[in-house]
Structure formats: structure tokens, C-alpha cells
Design a protein around this ligand. Structure first.
Ligand code: PLP
Length: 484
């Protein structure tokens, strides 16, 4: 086990020495009330700068990351994000500005927000956009608040139900419930798609709308999407498109053209900010004209060549985030769009789909494919065959770590027993995909020849098999210094 930095401490060693101050100093005991003073000095680690640096760099390498290995975590799009976009976000004119600066001093930032909104509008085919939400689920909330405000303004108070297919991302029903709608789940058909009869059965004058994840969490394009649209609109409801994983359709089809009224896309995941890396996200919500008056305020407007915030929006749902969203993520997304251009964005989606289908095909002999038709940017395998040999999906996920690969998303979607949701992303090479397939097939072989090995994995990671119940219930997060 890695030594803790406290354990590397040597009395008197320092990382840096501050110069003496040139003004008279009073002792702390005169500056602070007695109750605030320690009686015994804190046992802080005493280490040199070099040791400190080595310690933290080594720690940073204990976690798996895209910089060191393949990361096929389904629905998270753990792809490589070009470093040049980080450099753009770090430009002084973006990094050093303050949200309270007068508008005339931050014209460049406002122009970027404005242009990014226009680009997103073109990509999803819906006219009005906000970039305020901090993440995908926050965008869903924003979108549903628009729908709610729309029906309230019309005095149509009966529309309290939001339909959510069982193949939706888990955030969809959670969001609908949080916004105060009643969630109506509909089962998918045997092909893993929206069952039109099930949909017809729940539509009515109480339908506020449907939240459709497309591609759904099985990685499948909703083939009857136009009928879904017509049915929901005919019943007076609105359609929400969960486009978190826009790398599946970017440049190929547009939610606006498919008749959707509001949609979100995650700028993290698709547009150059890693998802789940602990940093902030950002989400664009785009909508049709009928919902635009309710968008959060302020909006960025352009008059002649000048950009400004417009707070005069009486029907707006209000502010949903401090200042104007997570600006650094917006810079990365804009740089990503400009670097790719129209054709490049289209190619991103084509490559994401190609990589997923290639890998699915390579693995289909050894693993059960949950749904056989072609997938979009991701696919779901079932580990039922391996489970019969006593090797569960959780065991396979742990064994993968031994080969320097992050596990896929496991046990989700819930529809598929022993599910493994694999998203290779467009940024990986054929060689990496081949290598991953070889590792997976090797584990399948082990499940027949040496199942105990898979069950006891991992062996090569900084920590071995954890007691997950204990780790969740009684985490030991605290280091106590040895008594002096
Ligand atoms: C990731 C994801 C979300 C939620 O996005 P967060 O940024 O994690 O809140 C919603 N829907 C789908 C389909 C997703 O993949």
C-alpha cells in the first residue's frame, strides 16, 4: 500500500521557506483570542517539495484515466478530449474575467456564448438555446420547467403526466418527478424500442409530454420516432429529447426536424469535457419558439455589433444557475465545434457508430448480445452465459482492471440481466478495439478454464478486491497521527 504523505514526514523538512517579512510581527498569542490557539502543534507532514510532487503524481496514477487507458464506460462518453481546447479555455481573456465585469469589457465572452448558442441551434434544429444548466440532469429539469410554464400560461392545468419509456436514462424519471410531474413508465417492445400500443394506451388529456432518450439506453435508435412524435402531439403533449449522447446523431439527424419541442445535449461527454472526472459539466437546452419565452434569464442578445445580457424576460422561469453557467466548459465546446466544422462533427458520429458496431460484432460470439440489430454509439451485452459458469458481470468488470482497461457500465440498463453497456467512443483506434476484444474473449475463456481466477480478480491494481458493503457503509477516510 502506498505510504501516506504523513508517513514520509521528517521533522524540520520543508517544501519552501518564505522570506522574512519587513514589518514588525506580533506573536500569534497576541493576535488571536486564547480559545483559538492550539496547545499542541498540529501534526502536519514535513516533506520536501520533490517528495510532495512525487507523492501526488504517484497518487494521481492510482486511478484509471483516459490518459493511460481505454475507458468504455457506457453512456458516459469517456473519450479523448483534445488538449488544445483546454488551452483555449485557459486563455487569459477567458480565464481572468469576472462575471461582475461591465458588459463592454467582456464582449468577447458574450460573443462566444452567442455564437455557441447559434451553433447548437443549427446542430439540433431548434431556434432558441440556453447554456446555463450545469449538467445533463440540470438541463432536463430546465426543459421540463419550460413545458410546465407553457401549460400553466395556457391555463391547461390537467396535464400532469410525463411518459418515460423503460429504456430512458435514469435521470429522466427522476427529473420529471422532481419538477412535480407524475411519471408514467411504458415498457419497451421485444426489439428494445418504444411500444406504440403501450404509448397509445397512456396518452390522454392529462399528458404533459414524453421524455425520449435517443439513442435509448440500449444504444438503439428509436425507429418509430416519427410516429411517437405524431401520437404525442396529437394528444396535446410536448416532446422532450434527451440528447446527452449527441455523438450518436450529430450531423446525421436533428431533434428539431424529428418534431421535438425541447432537447438537451451534454457539452461534457460530446463536446470536449470529460464526464465524471469530478470537474464541472455544462448543458445546452434548445427549444421551439413556443417555449422560448420561458427560457432562463438573462439571455445574450446581439444589437448591431454589440452583445449584452437581456434581463427583461417577464415569462422566464428565472435563473437556474449562478452567473452564466460554467463558462470554461462553453469555451471548450465552442473550440471543439470550430475545430471540427460541419463535416467533422458528422464524421465524429459516424466513427462513434462504426466503432460500437465493430466491437459488438467482435464480441457477439462469446457474449450474448442483448438486442441483435445495429447499434448507435454504444451497445449492451449480457453476461448470462458466463453467469451460468459462476462468473458474474461484476467479476468480469473487476478482471478487466487487471489489463489496464476500465470496466463498462454494469447492471444497467436494468432490462438486461448481467448487463454490460459498452461505449468505445469515436476517438479510439482499431488496434485499441481489437485489443479490448481480445481481453474480453480471454476472460470468457477463463470463465470456462479457471473461473476462480476471474472471481478473485483484480490482482494488478493498487488495491485488490474491496468489501464494497463495508466501503460504502463504514468508509475509513481519516488518518489519525500516531500518538507522540
Ligand atoms: C449522462 C446522461 C444524462 C445525465 O447527464 P449528467 O450530466 O450526468 O447529469 C442524461 N441522459 C443521458 C442519456 C445520459 O447519457
Amino acid at each position: 500500500m502506498e505510504k501516506l504523505i504523513y508517513e514520509k514526514s521528517t521533522s524540520g523538512r520543508r517544501a519552501e521557506v518564505l522570506p522574512r517579512v519587513g514589518v514588525p510581527q506580533k506573536p500569534l498569542s497576541e493576535l488571536l483570542p486564547k480559545g483559538y490557539l492550539r496547545e499542541v502543534p498540529a501534526a502536519l507532514p514535513e516533506v520536501s517539495e520533490l517528495d510532495t510532487m512525487r507523492h501526488f503524481v504517484r497518487l494521481s496514477h492510482l486511478n484509471h484515466c483516459i490518459e493511460t487507458g481505454f475507458y468504455p464506460l457506457g453512456s458516459c462518453t469517456m473519450k479523448y478530449n483534445p488538449k488544445v481546447n483546454d488551452a483555449m479555455a485557459a486563455l487569459e481573456g477567458f480565464r481572468e474575467i469576472h462575471p461582475f465585469q461591465p458588459e463592454e469589457q467582456v464582449q468577447g465572452a458574450l460573443e462566444l456564448i452567442y455564437n455557441l448558442e447559434r451553433s447548437i441551434s443549427a446542430i439540433v434544429g431548434l431556434p432558441a438555446v440556453t447554456l446555463q444548466p450545469a449538467a445533463g440532469a440540470h438541463g432536463e429539469m430546465t426543459g421540463l420547467l419550460l413545458i410546465k410554464a407553457y401549460f400553466e400560461a395556457k391555463g391547461d392545468t390537467a396535464r400532469k403526466k410525463v411518459i418515460v419509456p423503460d429504456t430512458a436514462h435514469g435521470t429522466n424519471p427522476a427529473t420529471a418527478a422532481m419538477v412535480g410531474f407524475e411519471v408514467v413508465e411504458i415498457k419497451s417492445n421485444e426489439r428494445g424500442l418504444v411500444d406504440l400500443d403501450a404509448l397509445k394506451a397512456v396518452l390522454g388529456p392529462d399528458t404533459a409530454g414524453i421524455m425520449l432518450t435517443n439513442p435509448n439506453t440500449l444504444g438503439l435508435f428509436e425507429e418509430d420516432i416519427m410516429q411517437v412524435q405524431q401520437l404525442v402531439h396529437a394528444a396535446g403533449g410536448l416532446l422532450y429529447y434527451d440528447g446527452a449522447n449527441l455523438n450518436a446523431i450529430m450531423g446525421l439527424v436533428r431533434p428539431g426536424d424529428m418534431g421535438f419541442d425541447v432537447c438537451h445535449l451534454n457539452l461534457h461527454k460530446t463536446m470536449s469535457t470529460p464526464h465524471g472526472g469530478g470537474g464541472p459539466g455544462a448543458c445546452a437546452v434548445a427549444c421551439r419558439d413556443i417555449l422560448a419565452p420561458y427560457l432562463p434569464k438573462p439571455t445574450v442578445v446581439k444589437t448591431a455589433e454589440t452583445y449584452s445580457f437581456n434581463w427583461d424576460r417577464p415569462e422566464s422561469i428565472g435563473k437556474i444557475k449562478g452567473f452564466y453557467g460554467n463558462f470554461g466548459i462553453l469555451v471548450r465546446a465552442y473550440a471543439y465545434i470550430l475545430a471540427h466544422g460541419r463535416d467533422g462533427l458528422c464524421q465524429v458520429s459516424r466513427d462513434a457508430i462504426l466503432n460500437a458496431n465493430y466491437l459488438k460484432k467482435k464480441l457477439s460470439r462469446n457474449f450474448t448480445v442483448a438486442y441483435p440489430q445495429n447499434c448507435m454509439h454504444e451497445f449492451v451485452l449480457s453476461g448470462v452465459k458466463q453467469k451460468e459458469r459462476g462468473v458474474s458481470t461484476a467479476h468480469i468488470a473487476k478482471r478487466l482492471l487487471d489489463f489496464g482497461v476500465h470496466a463498462p457500465t454494469v447492471y444497467f440498463p436494468l432490462l438486461v440481466p448481467e448487463a454490460m453497456m459498452i461505449e468505445p467512443t469515436e476517438t479510439e483506434s482499431k488496434e485499441t478495439l481489437d485489443q479490448f476484444a481480445e481481453i474480453m474473449i480471454g476472460i470468457d475463456n477463463e470463465s470456462q478454464t479457471d473461473p476462480d481466477k476471474v472471481r478473485n480478480a483484480p490482482f494488478n491494481t493498487p488495491v485488490g478486491k474491496l468489501d464494497e458493503a463495508m466501503a460504502a457503509r463504514k468508509p475509513n477516510l481519516r488518518w489519525t497521527p500516531p500518538a507522540h
